[in-house]
Write a protein that binds this ligand. Structure first.
Ligand code: NAD
Length: 480
């Protein structure tokens, strides 16, 4: 390991410090299973300080001009770019993804900060023509207040950067509970904001036992908005708690994305793009293609092609530059993936390739292709979040739409066709927050990201991303 892996403290009111109790949690390298460091475990006393800091900072941050916020954010984006190689190495060491993916995530993160810096300057209200002479009525946008954000380990930087720049650009303060599995790259990210001159208390970073922290922060009167990225099951619990206390929420939850390959598709394009996105981050991506639905006329060709690409993946330590797929991020994922495959095989699925843990050290799992997977198998119903591709044939448009829309999720969907008519028809037929046709075009800083149904609600990114941190206040004023 080229870098010395750092331990991670809490960042509260502009200071880095351990938890008041001194408690820590271990951080494990998923490629080696070694304990590589510790992260501070916050308790209520720490959270009280973070709440007080966020409250105090909000009072002054909301009064800074959008131009001043923009300048700090733009500086943070530049610092993030400068430090991208170092941060990527930290991320790979604690999360497992290949170095090139970690660096790409970091650089894309800098673009997200830039985008929201600019959106903050365009948080326009409007003038509404009145019914009477001498009456002036207009709307203004105001920041919603201190935010509690809960972000996961799969894209440790990206998931924070889908929230923090929007909140800060809008004039909110924010407490982030980052991922305990990958805390050090999150701390490096926060240092970027600190070094760019963000005032103390505007951004606070804590770690701990997730339920202990959300149970305390969500009901707290200082917190005005809750934003969570993670599983549907946890999202439902947190949204319910937020609802009890009438807090605003954004929920970016799980998905089970259909990837439809029509008879007239460019098969090589579909194979290359879908496989790259299947094995990216070892499949631990909420918009990963997870139900491959292929027209029967291309089915064998597609299965053979996907199997070959899967077998060509170089699975290994993400720090090794030849690696194309790293380990799963923690041991819970290995158990989950093993049980998905066992269940499918038990119900009659065939394993074309993979289907096993790889080696006996590190959380590696082989890229896996399954065929003949019954619809009642767990993998066709629950989000897989791993490197498994179940491939199913279909014969006509209506049937494939019915299968694509069968589940309560609705995050992302993909389709491949050379017919403009089919492309138009499938784009409107899919029940999904996002549809990407003939390429993979999701999660850009300038485009809205988010799902419907069990995949959550609210958008991050795009011009929509800042809206969820703003209230619309209506003011009407008459001449006296
Ligand atoms: P999990 O359900 O235990 O946790 C998912 C995330 O939620 C983690 O980051 C965790 O720290 C957090 N979390 C859990 N309980 C919480 C609570 N009470 N309060 C606040 N945060 C809480 O599962 P896991 O094994 O860590 O991850 C696997 C599942 O999580 C996957 O199947 C996938 O559906 C989902 N996931 C989704 C995304 C996403 O981008 N939407 C990211 C990571 C994980």
């Amino acid at each position: 390991m080229a870098i010395e892996y750092p331990n991670t403290n809490l960042y509260i009111d502009g200071k880095w410090r351990p938890a008041v109790t001194g408690d820590t949690l271990d951080v494990i390298n998923p490629a080696t299973e070694e304990v590589i460091g510790q992260v501070a475990r916050a308790q209520h006393a720490d959270l009280d300080e973070a709440l007080e800091a966020a409250d105090k900072a909000f009072a002054s941050w909301k009064k800074t001009t959008p131009l001043d916020r923009y300048r700090i954010l733009r500086k943070a984006a530049d610092l993030l770019r400068e430090r991208a190689s170092m941060i990527a190495e930290v991320m790979t060491t604690e999360q497992g993804k290949p170095l090139a993916e970690a660096k790409g995530e970091t650089l894309m993160g800098a673009d997200r900060i830039d985008w929201m810096a600019e959106e903050g300057r365009r948080a326009y209200g409007r003038v509404i023509p009145a019914r009477s002479d001498g009456v002036y009525q207009f709307t203004v946008k105001e920041p919603v207040g201190p935010v509690a954000a809960f972000t996961p380990w799969n894209f440790p930087l990206n998931q924070i950067l889908q929230k923090v720049p929007a909140a800060i650009a809008a004039g909110c303060s924010i407490i982030v509970k980052g991922p305990e599995e990958a805390p050090a790259c999150c701390a490096e990210l926060v240092k970027v904001f600190e070094d760019a001159g963000l005032p103390a208390g505007v951004l606070n970073l804590v770690f701990g036992i997730p339920a202990e922290i959300s149970d305390y922060l969500i009901p707290h009167p200082i917190i005005k908005k809750v934003t969570f990225t993670g599983s549907t099951a946890v999202g439902k619990q947190l949204a319910a708690k937020a609802g009890e206390h009438m807090k605003l929420v954004t929920m970016e939850l799980g998905g089970h994305s259909p990837a439809i390959v029509f008879a007239d598709a460019d098969v090589d394009t579909a194979l290359n793009i879908l496989s790259a996105n299947k094995f990216r981050n070892a499949g631990q991506v909420c918009v990963s293609p997870t139900r491959f639905l292929v027209h029967e006329s291309l089915y064998n060709q597609f299965v053979d092609g996907f199997t070959k690409i899967s077998q060509n993946q170089v699975v290994g330590n993400g720090l090794d530059t030849s690696t194309t797929m790293g380990p799963l991020a923690h041991d819970r994922r290995v158990d989950a993936i093993e049980s998905f495959v066992l269940d499918a095989v038990d119900k009659g699925a065939k394993v074309k390739t993979g289907g096993q843990r790889k080696g006996n050290k590190g959380y590696f799992y082989e890229p896996t292709v399954l065929t003949d997977v019954p619809l009642n198998s767990r993998i066709m119903n629950e989000e897989p979040f791993g490197p498994i591709a179940p491939i199913t044939p279909f014969s006509n448009f209506d049937d494939v739409v019915q299968e694509a829309n069968r589940l309560p999720y609705g995050l992302a969907a993909y389709a491949y066709t050379t017919s403009a008519k089919t492309a138009g028809a499938i784009g409107s037929a899919l029940s999904s927050g996002m549809v990407s046709i003939n390429h993979h075009g999701l999660a850009m800083p300038e485009t809205p990201f988010g799902g419907i149904g069990d995949s959550g609600f609210g958008k991050e990114g795009g011009m929509e991303g800042i809206e969820s941190y703003l209230h619309t206040k209506f003011i009407t004023q008459a001449d006296v």
